[in-house]
Write a protein that binds this ligand. Sequence first.
Ligand code: NG1
Ligand code: MG
Length: 485
Amino acid sequence: MDELIPTRKLDEIYSASALNRIKKRYENVISSFKRQFGHEPDVVLRSPGRVNLIGDHIDYMDYSVFPMAIEPDIIMAYRTTDTDTIELFNTDPEFDAINIDLSAETLQIGPPHWSNYFIAGHIVAHQYMTSKNALKLTGLQVCVDGEVPARSGLSSSAAFVCCACLIVLTAGNVSVTKRQLTELSIQCEKHVGVNSGGMDQAASVNGLKDHALLVDFHPINVTPVKLPDCAVVIAHSLVVADKLESAPRNYNLRVAEDSIAAAALAHHLNVDVPYDNIIGCPSLRAVELAHFKTPAKSTEEQIQRLTSMEEICAKLFPQDGCTDEQAANLCGISVDQLRATFMRSKLEYTTLSLYKRSVHVYAEAKRVLQFFQELSTTARLEVLGQLMDESQESSRTMVCNSCPEVDQLCAIAKEAGSLGSRVTGAGFGGCTVHLLPNDDSLVEKLIKAFKDKYYSVYYPNIDKKTLSESIIESRPSSGTAFVAL
Ligand code: NG1
Ligand code: MG
């Protein structure tokens, strides 16, 4: 992670079969740029989306996750100007062009708009440059071209903020390592209103061809692991998962529930934990570390520890949820303190599901370890698939971030021979991921089953383009890079 963001040629980034199409895509970005701004861009760069194989809704609790970067990505081309404006343009007419005024003291995030993700990258890069006394802000002309489906759990937003952050830094003559860009881009989404963990940005920046990535947090570290001979197929439920709009009842609520569960456990186990997660609260991993005091000596011991944490949660928390009063009691604080500490962003709920969420975190953290262990030893696809299925069951019943359409896609896939099928990313709709043997006929059979039993049933009027973009077979792709054309 300590090398600088690389410059890569197209054939080093994309698979051979995609190259012709990709070349046209870059030509279109350059010609759109010229048409819009009357010049060639100075620099072109890209950052990929990601699919998460296993380990969801645990990154913000500091547990390791197992994503891989995918080929669909966001390309940005930019040119510096001596104006006080960022001129943002998107090749997709759905996203309207906008000028952002840089003359104000600090940039502010406005009402929901795609440009907010650029502003978030700008704010974070600006703060970093100020801290390094390297502040040189210029005007920018930027053309964006995205192929990661938005609001689908494939991290279009992380790919976007990684590009935005890198543009502002590079335009200001600041070069960064993969680690620095990972750490900076992790801070971005919070400015937009989602208290996100760091999985997506780590996967986007550090992606490596043919490798999945074990991502650890605190400190952040990425270990590439070669994927065995297999096929990974992604299918979009086409249920729009608007993470920002639904954050108070979905994503941000999960982060808050886990944080409250961690504080309650720490109180129960009588241990001190740092208040340093994404919302300035304790993480469930910090409680585990404080409780056991010394690091586990083996994966087996770590797995046992996680099992015993699950058992403690199951005894401590009522299974049907907690009122604010109960939660505050469990943490040993007042209701006012509970709200002031854990609920600084707006939340909507009837009860707090401390039991379900905390048990999921410890169980899913265990599955990630088992997945990694299996991949690093015998790499049996059946074992990996089984863990993915168990993860889906936990999403459905404990995180409650699946939905009937996602369940349906997983059931169709299992019937068609998938070894493991699950929702990927934040969920509440969005994409599913499926593991298969590397066998073209099995992959074709799966894709046919999706078309016949899902898309033509749920979306009988689906157009060809949407259908072809909804099913992605992707090998692990490489990460953020400047592109040499
Ligand atoms: P997606 O599905 O890409 O929005 C989100 C979070 C991750 C992680 C997963 C759930 C962001 C940028 N990413 O991913 O940090 O928590 O959900 O595992 O919010
Ligand atoms: Mg996102």
